[in-house]
Design a protein around this ligand. Structure first.
Ligand code: ADP
Length: 259
């Protein structure tokens, strides 16, 4: 595996207070820098702008309204990049910000520009850090928590692997937050309607996609010939295991491996 998109959700990069988890962000920078040193091409899709904005504005409660979240994301995005830049710089890496919207993917010219920029950044050995452009789009803030953005990015760059880091070990046959007897599904050969039916929302938080958007992302990635893994971000060494092909979390197999 050479080209890998790593998507981190709010649950990974923020504390329960809503503020940024700096230890996690630093660990992430270290592992990704190390993978880059190993010759891997890594693209990071990261949430966390609202959390960084809250920190900057000394707020300790996430606001409810979308314009407030958009404004905080706008304040926080530069803060988030500053923090990533600081941590990645410690390991000698250059980061590059790319803000995307769904429209970028739908309009040919914008899509081609995004692909060209991403490929050039990877050729420079820089680490692209992608987030939704929250000031003009609300997909992430309202529904998706960047899961589908991760998948479409993987599709754009023909990634070998999309790694979705979450607060849960993978896809379970039912929502493990509600059912104690839920079982982890290690491998999904194909995203069928049965698989889709297992995925539920994240009940603990407002406005993130839970497993629903992750399974949607798996559909996009696997159909674009990219494997996708959902795994738990509590110990980021899991990233090495996933990249080495060891069994972790839930692997959604790319379509062409079984056709
Ligand atoms: P992130 O912020 O990392 O993107 P989310 O909190 O949005 O993660 O999504 C993960 C959550 O989805 C889990 O903590 C769990 O509560 C919920 N969930 C719903 N259905 C399932 C399922 N079938 N398997 C695993 N988790 C599920």
């Amino acid at each position: 595996m050479k080209r890998i998109v790593i998507k981190v959700g709010s649950s990974t990069v923020t504390h329960e207070t809503g503020l940024l988890n700096l230890k996690k962000v630093e660990e992430l920078a270290k592992v990704i820098s190390d993978l880059s040193n190993m010759g891997k091409e890594i693209i990071l899709v990261s949430s966390g702008a609202v959390a960084a904005g809250m920190g900057r504005m000394n707020m300790n409660e996430k606001p409810e309204s979308v314009p407030e979240k958009q404004a905080l994301a706008s304040i926080g995005q530069s803060e988030l990049m500053y923090i990533y830049d600081k941590f990645f710089s410690q390991f000698g890496k250059v980061v590059a910000q790319m803000l995307m919207t769904k429209r970028v993917l739908e309009v040919d010219m914008l899509r081609h520009n995004a692909i060209a920029t991403l490929n050039q950044l990877l050729a420079y050995r820089a680490i692209p850090i992608i987030n939704e452009n929250d000031s003009v789009a609300t997909e992430e803030l309202v529904y998706g928590d960047n899961d589908t953005l991760g998948a479409t990015t993987a599709e754009l760059v023909h990634a070998d692997l999309l790694l979705v880091l979450s607060d849960i070990d993978g896809l379970y046959d039912k929502n493990p937050s509600l059912h104690k007897d839920a079982k982890l599904i290690p491998i999904v050969e194909k995203v069928t309607s049965d698989i889709e039916a297992m995925a539920e929302d994240a009940i603990t938080k407002v406005g993130t996609g839970g497993m629903i958007t992750k399974v949607q992302a798996a559909k996009i990635a696997t159909e674009a010939n990219c494997d996708m893994i959902i795994c738990n971000s509590k110990d980021l060494r899991v990233i090495y295991d996933a990249v080495e092909g060891k069994p972790v979390g839930t692997l959604f197999k790319r379509r062409n491996t079984h056709e």
